[in-house]
Design a protein around this ligand. Sequence first.
Ligand code: NAI
Length: 280
Amino acid sequence: MQNLEGRVGVVTGAASGIGRSMAEKFSQEGMSLVLADIEEAALQEVVSGIDASGGDAIGVVTDVSSKQAIENLATETMDTFGAVHVLHNNAGVVAAGLLEDLTTNDWEWTIGVNLWSMIYGIQTFLPLIKEAGEGHIVNTSSSEGLQASAGTGAYNVTKFGIIALTETLSNELKSFPDINASVLCPGPVQSRIIESERNRPEKLWNDGVPAAGLVDNEQSSDLLAGAMDPAHVAGQVVQSIKENRFWIITHDDTKEVVRQRTEALLKDGSLSASLYDFTE
Ligand code: NAI
């Protein structure tokens, strides 16, 4: 899709961080937008900002881990704009902990928001994008989809899964030259990701209490302090859609770790060092 003007886009996790910047960038490109998030007030703020700058957006409060909610999102999109061209599956959360400590609730929450959401998104929206005849699906993975740091195992599993899902999607779209897919693998980006627990539903709390912190250690704070501006990420995503690039790797150190990992794998089957350690 070289021209996004007049096209309809859906962005999940649009109330904050990367999703919010995507919404603003897509709007600057002249798209009509359906913005989905579980945080109603923050979502409304983004919609109002886009309206105030002359854009066209609606907000749909959505828990992306629910198939019914994703189906409702599609219905709202079709009822409002009559078509959909771009889907950015972006909402995500992180639960911190060693594999031996992560609970079934931690896994269910993370897999639901990060991975089932994208499966439901493809099931629900791909037929609609095919109806439109042209489009693009972007799925947000992570540098943790290309290597797996200690301390965020459930997150890493979902992010590897998103790469498999998106690669499969791209391969299955070979006979649809006007519909394509990209996977976004950001390194550290300024956002509220380390405060993910704010959105964990009560039924998935551990021992009946909300977790206070998450990846709350010195390394994660340092990482996010020097992190990339999400507006820069949004620019890279839009460029990649226009140039039909599959991999959107925002940070050079992610590319370097992929190179080292592949070299070690081919050379002697060893595992090269990971980028981060969230247990320290
Ligand atoms: P963020 O926390 O600022 O934004 C995430 C948004 O998702 C929030 O608006 C939140 O309300 C929403 N959300 C959470 N649970 C939801 C649910 N069940 N249904 C609907 N919306 C829900 O974080 P950020 O960083 O902007 O995250 C966006 C994506 O980027 C995530 O998939 C994350 O894993 C990924 N990512 C972020 C990196 C970073 O350093 N910020 C690095 C690599 C990947």
